[in-house]
Design a protein around this ligand. Structure first.
Ligand code: 4AD
Ligand code: MG
Length: 485
């Protein structure tokens, strides 16, 4: 449909051609006292639909007009006789109906009138079929993709396409800059952030006897062993015993494993799902989100920020015309204290040592500087164990990129590469050393200065599209209380 109606002539030049199209019926209405019908067909290729004109002798009209019906038809393109209100300069006169996936309009949960984004979260499997209107700040950026109209009408399906474009741009960027993609494991025994916000991995192996002994109801016949889990030699597996013979979790970040590859291949990156069991009910947090993580050897923080961070975001075309402000954490606190002095009210008290809350991030990016802000050199007390301790012994070489509306988009740092220092940090923070033994090896054998960062991909999609809630920019959001399909 895109290739027909998005031509400069609106498709008029194709009149007379026979084409096949398939899509969903957005609306259908009978006309000419039931002799024919007009159908708006939407195939998701663009925001506009194609008008079909079908006579009742081709197919009973009640079978093809209900909203939500899936059709595949063959017909001839023609210039509509009256074209007064319609923008479209072409319609399809249907000669053959090749497929009808009928739709019960009584129960179809998507009404013709617009649904709120919030309501659509209850029908995640059907929401990619919908039109949704919302304020979009950055619509111009996607004009060339023809996904977003100037009137800011966007589809959930358009967001899926923008997501795909940004994914592609990310891989292209790193490929062009000679970064190697290294897939890092999803199942891991280390807690990268040391924050304990991890989902534990348990196996679904049921030993009927042991379960019964433990007072569990007997599992159904045939449910004894789940496919994919191997029994021990004696044919039994302890119910509850861990498959990996150790505690494992879903990864919160691929960074630690990525460091191993950066120390061998120099410039590497990973891009995959990460998991956090944070009980954050906000518009910016998900329990499962995607992260873009580059890691560079022979790079200190300054090098990384200058050469890659800004460049990477610019290349993704989101902030092409925007300048980045760079301030230290200490300066940021001063700016916030000044704001308090001038009467600005923050809920959380501003003082050196606090983690910046979203109200502080918003003040910096939206009110004070009105631009993305890179904040660096955070107090070591609020940052992860692996960050390079600065010579002042109070701050670490960390940087966060804060952007308007979204807040923290990127978190990165130079990594502590000195064995004794990082080990000491881990002991101070009470981290168990055993799971990190291999990580410490990287400092024992040929250590090197290295840095990296993580960019929250959904937050980037939020930033790029102007969407408000992170739950609407990932097809199947996971958040506290919700993982229904
Ligand atoms: O700042 P974070 O926790 O940094 C790391 O995980 C580092 N290990 C990354 C690295 O240096 N390789 O997370 C990085 C980014 C954040 O800036 C934010 O954009 C996003 O990940 N993020 C989330 N996005 C959605 N939902 C959540 N619960 C998120 N937590 C972090
Ligand atoms: Mg962070």
């Amino acid at each position: 449909i895109h290739s027909i109606i998005r031509r400069p002539d609106g498709g008029a030049g194709l009149a007379g051609q026979t084409v096949k199209v398939g899509g969903l019926v957005k609306t259908g209405r009978e006309a000419g006292k039931g002799a024919f019908a007009f159908i708006e067909l939407d195939d998701g290729s663009c925001l506009d639909s194609l008008q079909l004109m079908i006579y009742a002798d081709v197919k009973p009209l009640h079978e093809v007009t209900p909203t939500g019906t899936r059709l595949r038809v063959e017909g001839v393109l023609q210039v509509p006789p009256q074209d007064k209100q319609r923008k479209q300069r072409i319609e399809l006169r249907v000669l053959k109906v090749l497929h009808v996936g009928s739709c019960d309009s009584e129960t179809y949960p998507i009404p013709k009138t617009e649904l709120k984004l919030e309501g659509l979260r209850d029908i995640l499997h059907l929401r990619p079929r919908t039109d949704t209107t919302f304020a979009c700040n950055w619509h111009n950026l996607f004009d060339d993709l023809q996904l977003v109209k100037v009137d800011c009408k966007m589809k959930i399906s358009a967001i899926a396409r923008i997501r795909d474009e940004l994914t592609h741009a990310t891989h292209t960027f790193f490929y062009d800059h000679k970064f190697r993609l290294v897939p890092t494991p999803i199942i891991t025994s280390t807690d990268c952030e040391g924050a304990g916000e991890m989902f534990q991995v348990t196996t679904l192996i049921h030993d009927a006897e042991k379960m019964e002994k433990d007072g569990h109801p007997k599992p159904e016949e045939g449910f004894k062993m789940k496919a994919g889990f191997l029994p021990k030699k004696d044919g039994k597996v302890d119910y509850g015993q861990d498959f990996f013979a150790r505690q494992t979790f879903l990864s919160v970040s691929g960074q630690l494993q990525l460091e191993a590859y950066a120390c061998a291949l120099d410039n590497v990156y990973t891009f995959g799902p990460t998991f956090r069991a944070e009980h954050s009910h906000t518009t910016r947090h998900l329990a499962e989100f995607w992260m873009v993580e580059p890691e560079m050897a022979d790079a200190d923080l300054e090098f990384m920020v200058e050469k890659y961070d800004k460049n990477a975001i610019r290349r993704l075309q989101m902030v092409a015309s925007t300048n980045f402000i760079r301030i230290s954490y200490t300066e940021a606190i001063k700016v916030l204290e000044e704001a308090v002095f001038k009467g600005h009210k923050f809920e959380k008290k501003v003082e050196w040592g606090i983690d910046l809350a979203s109200e502080h991030e918003r003040y910096l990016t939206e009110e004070k500087f009105e631009s993305p802000v890179i904040v660096y050199d955070y107090p070591k007390g609020i940052k992860a164990f692996y960050m390079k301790v600065n010579p002042d012994n109070k701050t670490v070489a960390a940087m966060d990129v804060l952007v308007p509306r979204v807040g923290e988009l990127i978190g990165g740092s130079q990594r502590e590469e000195i064995y004794d220092v990082i080990k000491q940090r881990m002991l101070e923070l009470g981290l168990p050393l055993e799971p990190y033994k291999w990580y410490l090896d990287l400092r024992r054998y040929g250590t090197v200065e290295h840095s990296g960062f993580g960019l929250g991909f959904e937050r980037m999609v939020l930033f790029a599209t102007g969407m408000d809630n992170i739950k609407d920019v990932i097809p199947f959001p996971r958040y506290p209380g919700r993982a229904d399909l």
